[in-house]
Design a protein around this ligand. Structure first.
Ligand code: HSE
Length: 315
């Protein structure tokens, strides 16, 4: 362990994320300003990692250190720095819905890893934390996917060029890009939403998809909002997953009529998101969708956010 000043207690925030970003299944993601999760972590005299409080999870998350992604990730971190017996207690405040397609487990995992790293005087760099975060995500979701944990940890818009070996790229964020997120209160388990996707795709669809991914990435570099807008189309995954989200195509129609650049599923759903060129327009889009859902007796949460380029932070 590096000989640096450590703290007795820290409180941190880690953000929700939008994975896939419509055309980039498993490879693109960006962080939101809100919602997100908070973790309070402190040193204790007795050895071992212990969860002492969880709030905001409706009793859904495990408290057992090996099973909870926050504590398990902290255990992995301590093993990596050669301090497996250090005493740490954890409070987790979930301030975002679980199973919403907004990277809930990634936000918790990243909050835990960022907190322990702050507590111990930054023994590891953010990039060194990434494989640990990926391991935590695998524990929480049953499969490793880096497109939520990477933007949650590094902030901004990220590309997973390769997940084995891990090779991630930070993409630029055009300044006017704002996001409207709507989380309809319907149940879409991530695992099911993943299992139903077809495993083989026709070459002509693949060609269309990689043209769109390249177009979106180019649009981000060129500040070209039109190119971003016309590239945000998913011919591979969305047609299957949209079946699980009530009013999906009606919501898209509404968003585009109000002036969205794009509309699609956030992660594996059921949250949906649009890009717009101002926070006001993003708010109008979210309101229009909300009022449509209300007419169909579906409650929802809405979030308006820019792309969060900072990632996790000490509170
Ligand atoms: N890329 C993952 C998926 C994100 O679409 O299954 C899950 O949030």
């Amino acid at each position: 362990m590096k000989n640096v000043e450590s703290k007795q207690e820290v409180k941190v925030f880690a953000p929700a994320t939008v994975a896939n970003v419509i055309c980039g299944y498993d490879i693109l993601g960006f962080a939101l300003d809100k919602p997100g999760d908070e973790v309070v972590m402190r040193r204790k005299e007795t050895p071992g990692v212990q969860i002492v409080n969880i709030e905001g999870d409706d009793g859904l998350l495990p408290w057992e250190a090996e099973k909870n992604t926050v504590s398990a990730s902290v255990q992995n971190y301590l093993a990596q720095i050669g301090q497996p017996d250090l005493g740490v207690e954890i409070e987790l405040y979930k301030q975002m819905p679980i199973g919403s397609g907004l990277g809930s487990s990634a936000a918790s995992t990243v909050a835990g890893l960022f907190a322990i790293n702050q507590l111990l005087g930054e023994q590891l760099t953010q990039k060194e934390l990434l494989p640990l975060a990926l391991k935590g995500e695998e524990l929480a979701c049953g499969y490793p996917h880096a497109d939520n944990v990477t933007p949650a940890l590094l902030g901004g818009f990220t590309l997973i060029r390769s997940s084995d070996p891990l090779d991630v790229v930070h993409l630029p964020v055009p300044s006017e890009l704002h996001c409207a997120v709507v989380f309809p209160h319907v149940d879409v388990p991530t695992r099911a939403a993943r299992e139903m996707i077809r495993k083989n795709v026709p070459l002509k669809d693949a060609v269309k998809q990689w043209g769109n991914i390249a177009g979106l990435v180019s649009g981000l570099f060129m500040n070209d909002y039109n190119l971003i807008a016309r590239s945000m189309e998913d011919v591979l995954i969305e047609p299957t997953r949209a079946i699980l989200i009530p009013e999906f195509y009606e919501m898209r129609k509404i968003a585009m009529e109000v002036g969205a650049l794009s509309f699609g599923i956030s992660g594996s759903g059921p949250s949906v998101f649009s890009f717009a060129r101002s926070p006001e327009l993003a708010a109008e889009i979210a309101e229009a969708i909300k009022s449509h859902l209300k007419k169909n007796d579906i409650d929802c949460n809405t979030y308006i956010s820019s792309v969060n380029t900072l990632g996790p932070k000490v509170l």
